[in-house]
Design a protein around this ligand. Sequence first.
Ligand code: COA
Length: 415
Amino acid sequence: MSKALDGVRILDFTHVQSGPTCTQLLAWFGADVIKVERAGAGDITREQLRDIPDVDSLYFTMLNHNKRSVTIDTKNPEGKHVLEALIQKCDVLVENFAPGALDRMGFTWERIQELNPRMIVASVKGFGPGPYEDCKVYENVAQCAGGAASTTGFDDGPPVVTGAQIGDSGTGLHLALGIVTALYQRTHSGRGQRVLAAMQDGVLNLCRVKLRDQQRLERTGVMKEYPQYPNGEFGEAVPRAGNASGGGQPGWILKCKGWETDPNAYIYFITQAPVWAKICNVIGKEEWATDPNYATPAARLPHLKDIFAEIERWTMTKTKFEAMQILNKYDIPCGPILSMKEIAEEPSLRKTGTIVEVDHPTRGKYLTVGNPIKLSDSPTEVTRSPLLGEHTDEVMAELGYSPEQVSALRTAGAI
Ligand code: COA
């Protein structure tokens, strides 16, 4: 079956996590992704957090599936020529270097346009134009600067970063959307364009509900679904809301049977208004369905802590999976706190290709997260990440270089 992005060639100048997540997605949708790396070293993540000596790390392999790897020294004059040939041949250049690095290599937007006016140049940067535009940025800096850290955690503790890589992988997703949108616009404009996804912007986009709450707080001085209500205090800025739901239906994380020894024996429980009577029945508090202090969402808000304590008395008598089964019967929204071990072993995720086992020539078999976006006419087959420079000869031949020229360039240290 053909793939959605068949025929699209990506010059992949990305490294670490944010850029590679973007180009990996494009590869999964069928684009030919040619990853440019420095000979001898390659993407720094090949050797970071290694679990097997001298073998590409899981950090690298899990972010670079379905790509080809070529080595080019882009600071070598001959290497620059090879890069120019690639720019002429490709549709999109994706990069996430520190600000200015591409220009310092000699590949300004103007130069790239000269070489290929249809080229889309897509960049991840830490910040957009402004006071921090020249800063290097990693995941947690973006989480802090994008509003996630100040709004995550508990009121009596420090700001907390989340394990979800919203700064890196989140921005990679934003960039991928920008790229396919620019490709679509090119079909009628005939021109390339620049695409920028700043990590601060990407995180803030994902924290949109917290900017909503900031304005609600400024208007009313109180947010009744936050744990600070009714006994705590609100300050000037959106506080950390613990495990409160970000939406209009109050929720919290509750202990389940076994919580004393299992750190993940918990369930997320949402007291959705339409099923309130069913919740009351399940936990044995039938009277709350008609009690004016509990019967309506507004009446419940000042009592949320007590309500969740009562529900927890019930959830503690069930495992998280038993509780799920019972609650689902009544359409009560809830979700188990799953450990990575449980997720890795979950058969349904294997079946859908969301968790995939991949074989690698030096690493052997390992698990990875497959394409989370399923297209019915463009299925994803996850193939292993390339070894460093594995496709240099193949790509050089496609660019029209003879084996003798390739060998001369290698001797000159250009590839
Ligand atoms: N041949 C020759 N030189 C190469 C090369 C190649 N194939 N590939 C990269 N380089 C050079 C670059 O030109 C740059 O050189 P310069 O600084 O002399 O201009 C140098 O390698 C290092 O690039 P840089 O991006 O500065 O790497 P770093 O390891 O110092 O910084 C980041 C890493 C992630 C902090 C930085 O790239 C960054 O802020 N990126 C944007 C935001 C981002 O994506 N962050 C998330 C990462 S998950």
